[in-house]
Design a protein around this ligand. Sequence first.
Ligand code: BES
Ligand code: MN
Ligand code: ZN
Length: 490
Amino acid sequence: MITLKTHSQPAGSTVKVVLTGENKPCHCPGVDQDALKALAVKPGTIKTLNALEGETLRAALYGVLPEKLGYDALEEMASLLSKELKALKAKQVDILLGDDALQGLSEAFYKQLLLMDDQFTHYQTTGFAPIDPSAKAPDKEVFQPDFTLYLPDSFDLAAEEGRLQTAAHLAGGIRSARRLVNEPANVMSPQRLAEDAQALAREHGFEIEVFDEKQIQQMGLQAFWSVAKGSDTPPRFLVMRYMNNPDTNELLALVGKGLTYDSGGYAVKPATGMVTMHCDMGGAAAVIGAISALTAMKAKVNVVAVVAACENMISGHAYRNGDIIGSLAGKYIEVVNTDAEGRLTLADAITYAATVLKADKIIDIATLTGAAIVALGEEITGVVADDEGIWQAVQAASQTSGDKVWRMPHDECLAKHNKSERADIKNSGGRQAGTATAALFCRAFAFGKPWGHLDIAGTAYHEGANAKAPAGATGVGAELLARAAIELFK
Ligand code: BES
Ligand code: MN
Ligand code: ZN
């Protein structure tokens, strides 16, 4: 929890943090500016001081933010702070902010503080010896201190309260997305994903419809079903709706890849590449997180979120390399690689958004290609868009969310890679420009609507922690898409 106060209100916690900007005056109450200067703390670092003053004060930290503050530096500082506070087992923390220390990034800072506890420790027990086999091991204790932030008098407290609310709603969306992705595939089935989305719909107040395997076949989602039918765990098709802008009829669709597990199918993945494939519903988690946040924020948008959730498995009823399958759009698809399954499920979900839901604009998000990781690494999301407005909205959103994005081409010469000799289109254009050709496969099902595509294969899941997120799911896309949606309805 975060409480906002002004410098003129008294502080009282046992752990105190002073955060100033480099070369910025510090008018924090009870803090000797000259004494701080004498400590010569390097910008971008934190120094632990022995209790400076008063008997109640257990520890004091002093952090200096660099003069030209950007997202990376802010995240780094929040991460350093979290390590120090964890070591101190701090429960209540006062943070005194120097004048202009955050330089307009207060919303981002609140978000970082709110997500400080977000470790996935659900399956890590505290040395619990189960004598009673039905007993559940206690969850590892989570760390989340209560923060009181003392803002300089120059800050507009009411405006900051608003920013804190926004940050809390977006942090909630990120947290939900991470939780959905972190659960292993034996827990997070399509059915469970639907149930969790229904619970979020009830909690926040958006609408949701869930279609089962029978309905999926009746609805003509043939490409999706071709992937799904190989698994004994049945698929689900989710349609979520939040209509809160009566001033316009415009409807934006967010379509998320929802592979709760991707073994590769008969184009089977090596074991090492398969271990983290429970993250292959990261796009689904992002659109569910985004619509949750938009609803919580009461954003003035009209949004549908669509998820085709299934597993890509091997069995006697699985699809094969070489199959030619149908699709909701009526196009035949040559399956040259069963591991390029995501775009098949997305194809039907995108067609459904464009034709049945009559969305005016479509953004899809997917852990789609290893090529995105090769091209951009783990920290930059690849974007392909044939619409300038959508690209600009995503770019603007990335500047406020701190998620890095990079645009990749959508040239016609790349779309040609997907041409098939045996059917209308094939599901892999080969090794060259793999992220763009996968994206352009998806575009072929958008019925010419303004379209954008986010490839989060590198950014959705990290085996280790970094300053931005703990180990595991990052929740990428939840905030980015929520902010992009708001941009598109401005
Ligand atoms: N889910 C994978 C992509 C992926 C890889 C996500 C690594 C996260 C981390 C996707 O379904 C896939 O297997 N893509 C293939 C496509 C190829 C067969 C054309 C790939 O990138 O190798
Ligand atoms: Mn695959
Ligand atoms: Zn996949």
